[in-house]
Design a protein around this ligand. Structure first.
Ligand code: ATP
Length: 353
């Protein structure tokens, strides 16, 4: 496939504050990359540097091998959907979509053809002449995406494009966005703080924390093998439990040996990451060798049920299908034991970055 954009040692300082600390990232041609991280981690700043709205304090951007670090935004030939780059309110839908094409000197006939084609693609064929002020939030977002894709951009950049939509519409738009991106084959970079969105859209997931990349890779790989507690926690639904290494090289949880082994020296502080859906509840605790706990809270979430179990040092989140018979007559206060599925647990040192 080849590298499309290469971000090399990019840093950004705002006064004394280091918003980005030496970012290295290669973006493959035609891929969908999601920058994921909590508020303030620097993902928007990185996207703005790629777009050319912000200048890096150090480092380089290479597009197809050419240094574009000093190129102004309008010469970069990128399509953008930023929260701050709204549609032109005084124009119709068609005029909005055709805007970039007009700037490029395309004839009216060609513009009309392209607009019709894009409206078809975004499943809104009948709204060309409507003023954008008359559109719903979801329709506006679709038009903004069509406007950005109209000029066949070299890169497609999106900053939280779906965050203002309600959950159901966001879900539908995520699918649509992924299909559009594949159809156009355009290299895409999307910023989000929503891990589900990132998991569903990305070919490559880039998890950021405090101006640095803390892990990058295929979403499933990161989900299965988080490199540290931050990533595991940020990707959701994980229990991060305090553990330690025993003399025999076992991982101990609340003083009880688990099935996991570690090569860390005895006494090393560890973290055990285990997904809520990978914890097994054992209702015959006296027969079990697993850590014991007390059911603290039960909530039915529809298809699944979540149970919080208080063990010696922490509360463990367990998630089971609501129709699982083990849940029958389960009550707050009941004593249970926990079993962990070794396949889906990850152990790291507590100080892993
Ligand atoms: P969010 O999801 O909240 O937008 P983010 O990860 O996109 O967060 P950025 O907007 O990139 O974060 O900001 C990173 C850090 O840089 C923040 O601490 C922010 O306050 C700071 N920052 C961003 N722009 C400026 C600026 N123009 N001047 C000073 N500090 C800034």
């Amino acid at each position: 496939m080849g590298i499309d954009l290469s971000i090399a040692s990019v840093s950004k300082k705002f006064g004394q504050f280091e918003a980005l600390k030496g970012i290295d990232l290669d973006i493959e041609k035609g891929s969908f990359v999601c920058l994921l991280g909590p508020s303030g981690c620097g993902k928007t700043t990185l996207l703005r540097i790629i777009a050319g709205f912000e200048k890096a304090s150090a480092g380089q951007l290479l597009l197809g091998g050419n240094d574009i670090s000093r190129l102004p935004p309008h010469k970069r030939d990128f399509g953008m959907v930023f929260q701050s780059l709204a549609l032109f309110p005084h124009m119709s839908v068609a005029e909005n979509i055709a805007y970039g094409l007009k700037l490029r000197g395309l004839s009216k006939l060609k513009r009309d053809d392209r607009v019709a084609e894009l409206l078809e693609v975004i499943s809104l064929p009948a709204i060309a002449d409507r003023p954008v002020s008359a559109l719903s939030g979801g329709q506006r977002q679709r038009v903004a995406i069509a406007r950005a894709l109209a000029v066949q951009p070299r890169l497609f950049l999106l900053d939280e494009p779906l965050s203002a939509l309600d959950a159901q519409l966001r879900d539908a738009m995520q699918i649509e966005l992924r299909q559009l991106q594949q159809q156009f084959g355009v290299t895409t970079i999307l910023v989000t703080h929503d891990q589900t969105e990132a998991m569903m859209l990305a070919d490559k997931l880039v998890v950021m924390k405090e101006g640095e990349i803390c892990q990058q890779g295929a979403p499933q790989d990161i989900y299965r093998q988080p490199a540290n507690a931050f990533t595991a926690e940020f990707l959701g639904a994980s229990n991060i439990l305090d553990a330690s290494a025993s003399d025999q090289g076992q991982v101990q949880l609340s003083g009880v040996d688990t099935v996991f082994r570690t090569d860390a020296p005895a006494g090393t502080a560890l973290k055990l990451s285990v997904r809520a859906e990978s914890v097994v509840l054992d209702r015959a605790p006296h027969l079990s060798s697993g850590p014991l706990g007390e059911v603290e809270f039960i909530r039915n979430l529809g298809a699944s049920t979540e149970i919080l179990v208080r063990t010696g040092v922490s509360t463990v989140r367990v998630r089971l299908p609501s129709r699982d018979s083990i849940l029958q007559d389960l009550r707050v206060g009941e004593q249970v034991a926990l079993q962990f599925d070794a396949e889906s647990c990850v152990v790291f040192r507590a100080d892993a970055a």
